[in-house]
Design a protein. Structure first.
Length: 401
């Protein structure tokens, strides 16, 4: 028997997806409006965030390509045979499985959906040079367009259903924070404390979302010099009295990332550290007060820069003051058009979700050495914002152990 290049393996019944069918239809209609505006016949989405956003399916690449192909009438995920029927069960719409028996069967499967000689949208920021060449070779588009900026703009505006899910995520992060606080003590290791926070969040996610798939929830709990970077991995370092700590909880719910980040100290905090901590908290509170409709990301950034400069602390800032939330992860995705940086002119609108997370890093050997960071998630409303992070910040609650 001749082995197929592709097939449909619709095994079992459709799973409960993160959102109702109406939500996915609204997203697809938004994408089709973009397609109509630019006279595109089909869009080939290859990033984890866009495939998940439009279909509900969050793929596990393991070196294989995946896609969601959207035409004027269909939404079809394209997945590898190793996943069997799971991609179809977790997709809103159709699914085609490609086989490994012949090189480039993935692109043959995509071409079978789009047809050849069409006007095609793709994500230029996700396609490698090799995959871009193969798209051109197999689809032979008469015209191509980078669809990534337009899809990012669509994802930046959250629906009420998305905001509800993100709020659940913020609640779960708070639970992880309390579990970490309870685990902090002299002699405990970063990894032991991180495990306590992660386990608490995963159990809470399973409780709130019994029909979901569970993966990628994590904690970065840092101490001492390891607090100097926001994304520093966990180590086996043991906590000592007076250590600066950084609590970082990241629950993942169906591809949706949320975060809680807090500065802490073990047992006591020295005067130099307390002064820096309180200055960063003041910047955090000031920054949150600036997040309202009609203000640009650059404006917010410049005002916080001025706040730090007046206190001769701006030189200790190492990255932007906040970013968008939604379908993103440390493995994939970013809505780069909604970040609190000097070079982002996006104006805040109701329905956007953004963090405020100023950080100061003082090098080892200086008074107050370490990294100070607070992080809240805020939903932009008609007249201001709603802070959906509830875990307390500051020395009154976070000098522990």
């Amino acid at each position: 028997m001749e082995r197929p290049e592709q097939y449909r393996f619709h095994n079992g019944t459709k799973a409960v997806l993160p959102f109702a069918a109406e939500e996915y239809e609204a997203r697809l209609q938004g994408l089709r409006d973009i397609m109509e505006m630019h006279e595109l016949d089909a869009v080939v989405l290859t990033s984890m965030h866009n495939v998940a956003y439009y279909s509900g399916f969050l793929y596990c690449t393991f070196g294989r390509p995946y896609a969601c192909v959207v035409t004027k009438t269909d939404c079809v995920t394209v997945s590898a045979g190793i996943d069997a029927g799971q991609p179809w069960r977790r997709s809103y719409g159709d699914n085609v499985t490609y086989t490994d028996w012949k090189r480039d069967n993935f692109w043959r499967a995509v071409a079978s959906i789009t047809g050849t000689g069409k006007s095609i949208g793709c994500e230029a920021d996700h396609l490698t040079l090799e995959r871009s060449e193969k798209l051109n070779a197999f689809l032979q588009p008469k015209r191509g367009m980078d669809i990534a900026p337009a899809t990012m703009q669509q994802r930046m505006m959250k629906s009420s259903a998305e905001i509800e899910l993100i709020t659940h995520g913020a609640n779960v992060a708070d639970i992880g924070g309390y579990a970490i606080r309870d685990a902090v003590r002299e002699g405990a290791t970063e990894i032991e404390i991180a495990i306590a926070g992660r386990d608490a969040m995963e159990r809470e996610i399973a409780k709130r979302f019994p029909d979901a798939e569970y993966r990628d929830t994590w904690v970065w709990f840092q101490s001492g010099i390891n607090t100097d970077g926001a994304h520093n991995p966990v180590t086996n370092r043991k906590l000592k009295r007076g250590d600066i700590l950084s609590l970082n909880c990241f629950p993942m719910i169906s591809g949706y990332y949320t975060a809680l980040e807090r500065t802490m100290f073990v047992g006591e905090v020295d005067d130099a550290s307390l002064k820096l901590w309180e200055a960063n908290i003041a910047a955090h509170e000031y920054g949150m007060s600036l997040l309202k409709p009609g203000v640009s990301c650059a404006e917010v950034t410049h005002k916080i820069n001025e706040f730090f400069a007046e206190r001769e602390l701006l030189q200790y800032r190492t990255f932007g003051y906040g970013h968008s939330f939604g379908v993103l992860s440390h493995y994939y995705g970013r809505e780069a058009g909604l970040e609190l940086r000097e070079d982002i002119d996006t104006v805040l609108e109701p329905g956007m979700v953004i963090s405020m997370e100023p950080m100061l890093t003082i090098a080892e050997g200086n008074p107050g050495a370490g990294g100070y960071r607070e992080h809240d998630i805020l939903v932009i409303t008609e007249d201001g914002n709603e802070d959906i992070t509830k875990y307390p910040y500051g020395p009154d609650f976070n000098v522990v152990g």
